[in-house]
Design a protein around this ligand. Structure first.
Ligand SMILES: Nc1ncnc2c1ncn2[C@@H]1O[C@H](COP(=O)(O)OP(=O)(O)OP(=O)(O)O)[C@@H](O)[C@H]1O
Ligand SMILES: [Mg+2]
Length: 489
């Protein structure tokens, strides 16, 4: 059924308005037909029941006029509507009398032999059962057909005197009038039903148009919003209804699209800017080295500078690629068992030398073993970046503490330093790409790219964890990473 509807929609493309009209009208037609059928059945049944009651009454009236003398039964015409009653079967049948107009009465004796009948009854061939059944004491009621296919209802019952059956009285009535009435009724119902359906279609067309007008307006406004003009919003209607919900949803979608477009544009602009600086340095240094006459010392210095810049460029490109792949959802995270305590200790040991060079004390506090599921290489990146920052942004003589703890469902990594700290206005932005709190670094780039924390944040979120930072300028900074023990990837 569903496939049929879909196939029909494909063949005959209809606007939503016309679809509503078709659906409403179809539903109403089914409802009307069902109601009409039930009504017709009920009426037919009631009318037939009333014919049966009439016949029963007539039979009783006729029975009241029965006279029994010397065992013979005869009828007095009590109701006065038995013209020609008494006509014997031997008499020629009265062709002029119609079963629809004439009275249908027949009297039989206790053996089922005809005593008398009205002329119209002669045309009927009544089944033997209509005589046999009343003789057993049960009245018989049934519908029989005349040779002209007219239907006649018959009531046949026994006339009893002191418990003994003395005769059988059969009365009948044509059902033609009743059928005529029912046919006229069906015709009237069809005409009225058709008019009602036309009205229904017209009203549903108007109603659908009225209901969809706000959506139409919404669609037109949305269409006017040109590609790239993501600042525009569709008007939100004041009524709290589906259309308002649609408008709000559209605006939310535009908002998030605008944000992601802006992020993307800024990322590209920042990336180009970041790449331009080392390339410019390489070009200038190479230019100096190529000056005439070539000086061997200057050339070697220039080549060293070029190598340093190239290494920085390589790191920057690696970070950019990591984030770009992460944005596209291309990065596959391993699900391996990671000995997190050992991982942190190893990374700290790697950076111990760097800390010592800068006269910074690096303390590691890991009271217990901590095992979790995750991507070991990525988690090393997290610890490495946080420790690198802590060492980089702490003045000589400072202290960097790293600790790992385990609660019921998560591992908690804390990296605390006594460094320069981060001003409150910078704190909400430090996880953004290319963001550097130090204005000087922001201008020159220095040796940092401003991508470290963005990568940390991305990896932690991909592991289903979270990262928090608290800092005070001149006092130090504390990063806390919460990682679930089981990876929800
Ligand atoms: N421990 C810290 N103490 C003080 N400032 C910090 C600390 N960690 C990060 N910051 C600030 O946050 C900024 C962003 O850090 P992030 O690690 O993302 O970039 P970066 O260190 O500048 O460059 P990268 O790590 O990519 O080489 C830093 O430039 C720095 O200003
Ligand atoms: Mg960093």
């Amino acid at each position: 059924m569903k496939q049929l509807v879909v196939a029909l929609y494909r063949k005959i493309p209809l606007s939503l308005r016309w679809q509503m009209v078709v659906w409403y009208t179809t539903a109403f037609t089914v409802l009307l037909v069902l109601t009409g059928a039930v009504f017709y059945q009920y009426l037919e049944h009631s009318l037939e029941a009333s014919v049966d009651t009439d016949l029963q009454l007539r039979a009783q009236q006729i029975a009241a006029g029965a006279v029994i003398s010397h065992g013979a039964v005869s009828l007095h015409n009590v109701t006065g509507d038995l013209p020609g009653f008494g006509t014997q079967p031997s008499s020629p049948p009265v062709q002029s009398v119609d079963v629809n107009a004439g009275t249908l009465v027949r009297l039989l004796d206790a053996r089922g032999q005809l005593i008398a009948q009205t002329p119209a009854f002669q045309k009927l061939s009544v089944p033997a059962e209509s005589i046999a059944q009343p003789l057993t004491g049960t009245p018989w009621q049934g519908t029989i057909k005349t040779p002209h296919h007219e239907e006649v209802r018959i009531d046949s019952r026994a006339l009893r005197v002191t418990g003994k059956t003395v005769a059988i009285i059969q009365v009948g009535e044509s059902l033609e009038n009743l059928h005529d009435l029912l046919h006229k009724l069906v015709a009237a119902l069809l005409v009225v039903g058709f008019l009602v359906l036309i009205c229904c279609a017209a009203v549903s067309y108007w109603l659908a148009g009225y209901s969809f007008a706000p959506i139409q307006r919404l669609a037109e406004t949305a269409r006017k919003i040109k590609a790239g003009d993501l600042k525009s919003r569709v008007p939100v209607p004041p009524m709290r209804d589906d259309v308002q919900y649609l408008a709000l949803t559209l605006n939310e979608m535009l908002e998030s699209l605008e944000q992601s477009f802006t992020r993307q544009r800024r990322f590209v602009a920042d990336a180009s800017h970041e790449l331009r600086t080392p390339v410019a340095v390489i070009r200038n240094t190479a230019g100096v080295a190529l000056l005439d006459p070539p000086q061997i010392d200057e050339t070697v210095t220039a080549l060293r500078e070029i190598r340093a810049e190239t290494e920085r460029l390589t790191l920057l490109l690696t970070d950019l690629l990591t984030l770009a792949r992460g944005d596209e959802g291309q990065t596959r995270f391993e699900q391996e068992t990671v000995q997190f305590d050992q991982l942190v200790e190893t990374v700290a040991a790697t950076l111990d030398q760097l800390a010592a060079e800068r006269d910074i004390r690096l303390e590691v506090q890991i009271p217990h073993e901590v095992t979790l599921r995750g991507d070991e290489a990525r988690l090393i990146q997290v610890v490495m970046n946080l420790l690198d920052n802590a060492i980089r942004y702490t003045n000589p003589g400072g202290l960097v503490q790293v600790s790992v703890e385990q609660t019921a469902a998560e591992a908690c990594l804390t990296v605390r330093d006594t460094g320069i700290g981060i001003a409150p206005e910078h704190l909400p932005h430090i996880f953004e790409r290319f963001y550097r709190a130090d204005p000087l670094r922001r201008e020159t780039g220095g040796s940092s790219s401003g991508l470290g924390l963005a990568i940390v944040d991305w990896i932690v979120r991909a592991h289903g964890g979270s990262i928090e930072v608290s800092s005070q300028v001149g006092q130090g900074t504390c990063f806390t990473v919460h990682l679930p023990l089981v990876l929800p990837l």
